[in-house]
Ligand binder design. Sequence first.
Ligand code: HEC
Ligand code: HEC
Length: 193
Amino acid sequence: MPMTRLTLLLAVALSSASALAEAPAIVAACKSCHAEDGSGVGIHFVPIITGIPAAHIEEALYAYKDGARQCMTEPVMCETAALLTDEDIADLAEYFSQLERPSLNVPYDESLAERGEQLHDMHCARCHVPPDDPDVADALGYPLHGQHPAYLRYALQAYIDGTREHLLEQMKEKMDLLEDGDVEALVNYYASY
Ligand code: HEC
Ligand code: HEC
């Protein structure tokens, strides 16, 4: 029996619905560091890649692919990104963006976290909102709350050292205002989330 237009539409709708829940096969290339659920395998400098809107995951993967971000601690991340097709990147971003960010249970320093919150509100809150904020997909920057401290410390230092290009001049202006010790305060604040 030939498929009617309706059954065809339904079949397409169903297959894309199940595709949303299932990991694309290419996740095999990410598992050894990020785990299939994006929460990581316990390597402290590997970022948590859930709770990030799809557009930002794509942006990051292209930044590794084209060299705007260099992989100073783990070259395999950049080597892997270089092999991804546009379709892989779209599928991976779609998949990881649907997974919730797990709560981060790490020790942090309370007084540094308080100072970090002030710095965040003053310089960063306009573009960086928590992963469960209703406006997270429209924010210009990635959610930093609940990200591994070791990764954030490293990423901030990479912008300061220039091994990561700033994709937005406005963020560079804010980073230039930071003084000694501010990175540590911010990292403790994001860890307290
Ligand atoms: C060998 C370990 C390793 C593998 C394999 C790996 N990654 Fe990564 N990933 C890392 C590390 C380490 C970083 C931080 C790199 C840096 O900026 O220097 C990273 C960063 C990222 C980021 C940026 C997150 C952010 O907050 O900016 C994304 C997205 C990402 N990886 C996705 C993937 C995907 C998707 C795959 C599979 C196709 C993958 N990674 C494979 C280790 C790995
Ligand atoms: C005008 C908007 C804007 C402001 C203000 C801003 N950022 Fe960003 N930030 C971005 C964008 C866009 C990206 C991603 C593109 C890139 O790598 O440049 C980003 C990326 C980052 C990353 C990398 C995240 C990851 O997961 O790899 C960190 C860390 C970060 N910002 C910290 C900060 C801090 C701390 C401040 C305040 C001192 C700040 N940003 C202010 C827009 C902003």
